[in-house]
Design a protein around this ligand. Structure first.
Ligand code: ATP
Ligand code: MG
Length: 420
């Protein structure tokens, strides 16, 4: 029997895993600079958590969740996204009581959605996200957006843009909601079943429908922009002002609607503008969710965050032809010839590694030439050759691969020589 990786998932093989580690390193260092601390939550949660927070009318809850009943007859779901669990943990651990507010958290880890596989869309994918909970200062909205933009910048991307909208507060959204219902109701039978359900539950989500995108009524739908009340408009102006101060350009899109039901005010996406990128251009999505903590039984705690997948970041690098190719090289490769040289080499490599030098040697009992080829492939900076003569003399041949120079070095002076 042949086994295959499950559809929609992938093995991250050793020749690319270093790229993942590098992205993760960039992420961690940026979060560190912005003072976001890591939080690690379980891979699965009670199903109801996602129904409540992501929302019953979303694609995620309706179609994409990996839900199972455990042996205790509880409905559990592999997390499809990160915000729900982070806010759950915020409430459960009473982080609203922390002396320093807002509480600034980040996470990276696998998420699971039962989706149709295509480029940039997987059933298991890795998301990096941050959440700032406890403040409704528009400056923190700008901080969150800036952090996301910096990840792409630091990764080396240049063809990406920020798209921004405001979903307004509850009052604005309710007014807009009424207008949407009035707009779509007379012709709702021309829309898909999902949209018919959404009409009463959450008509805003009709605008985000992938099936009815081209329907005439979509183009003439009442825009949220016309329903923002004074407070909401003022808030949005402040967010834009802070983005200006940060020197971040944005494109305003009044039709940008985000996934979660509980988003309000700021909503944004970062999109790749590279010609080489496929149909799915969204790299990152985020927004403000002021009612979420209350929705799951906590106190009022306004929050904002985003999530991006590392898969799409790496795809965007490829699309821009900037995929990293500079895999970290080896410091030293030790070529040994014969039993005794092997013993000396083995003892030596231990010392080199102890001193932080990335080192490798032959374990296949190969000829000199084959060992040299390995050293080449691994891009070793130095090759050390140990044969019978070298063992007898307590020396090694040290070859600098950059200039091809080779010299004899005493064993006990080797480390010093390499560290020069
Ligand atoms: P889309 O409209 O592409 O389905 P979404 O609205 O479902 O996106 P979010 O839930 O906002 O996406 O997730 C945030 C980010 O996570 C996306 O911008 C994208 O980078 C990434 N993402 C979402 N789903 C997938 C997936 N199936 N595979 C890889 N990355 C994904
Ligand atoms: Mg989706």
């Amino acid at each position: 029997m042949n086994f295959k990786v499950p559809r929609g998932t992938q093995d991250i093989l050793p020749d690319v895993s270093w790229k993942w580690q590098r992205v993760e390193k960039i992420i961690r260092s940026i979060c560190d600079v912005y003072n976001y601390k890591e939080i690690r939550t379980p891979i699965f949660e009670q199903t109801e958590l996602f129904q409540r927070t992501v929302g019953d009318t979303t694609d995620i809850v309706q179609k994409e969740m990996y839900t199972f009943t455990d042996k205790g007859n509880r409905s559990m779901t592999l997390r499809p996204e990160g915000t729900a669990a982070v806010v759950r943990s915020f409430v459960e651990n009473k982080m609203f009581g922390y002396a320093d507010q807002p509480v600034k958290l980040y996470y990276t880890g696998p998420m699971f959605r039962y989706e149709r596989q295509q480029a940039g869309r997987y059933r298991q994918f890795v998301q990096f996200g941050i959440e700032a909970i406890g403040s409704d200062d528009p400056a923190i909205d700008a901080e969150v957006i800036e952090l996301a933009m910096n990840v792409y910048k630091k990764a080396g991307l240049s063809d990406f843009k920020l798209v921004l909208n405001s979903l307004g507060d509850k009052e604005s959204r309710n007014a807009h909601r009424e207008a949407l219902i009035a707009h779509f109701s007379p012709h709702i039978e021309e829309f898909c079943g999902d949209c018919q359900n959404r009409l009463e539950k959450n008509p805003l989500r009709i605008l985000d429908c992938k099936v009815d995108r081209e329907h005439q009524l979509m183009k003439t739908a009442p825009s949220l922009a016309d329903f923002l009340n004074e407070d909401s408009s003022a808030y949005f102006e402040q967010v834009k002002r802070y983005l200006d101060i940060a020197g971040i350009a944005y494109e305003y899109d009044p039709n940008l609607v985000r996934g979660l039901d509980y988003y309000n005010h700021t909503a944004f996406e970062i999109m790749s503008t590279s010609k080489g990128f496929g149909a799915i251009t969204t790299l990152c999505g985020g927004g403000r969710y002021n009612g979420l903590a209350e929705e799951i039984g906590g106190p009022a705690a306004p929050g904002i965050g985003f999530a991006m997948s590392l898969e799409r970041l790496l795809l965007a690098l490829e699309a821009e032809d900037k995929a990293w190719t500079d895999e970290p090289s080896l410091d030293v490769y030790i070529v040994t010839l014969g039993e005794e040289a092997r013993t000396t080499g083995f003892e030596l490599i231990g010392r080199l590694r102890e001193n932080g030098l990335r080192s490798e040697m032959d374990y296949m009992d190969r000829k000199m030439k084959a060992q040299m080829k390995s050293a080449d492939r691994l891009d070793a900076d130095y090759v050390i050759v140990i044969g019978e003569d070298e063992v007898a003399e307590n020396v090694v041949q040290l070859k600098n691969m950059a200039d091809g120079q080779q010299k004899k070095v005493a064993l006990d002076q080797l480390l010093e020589e390499l560290q020069k």
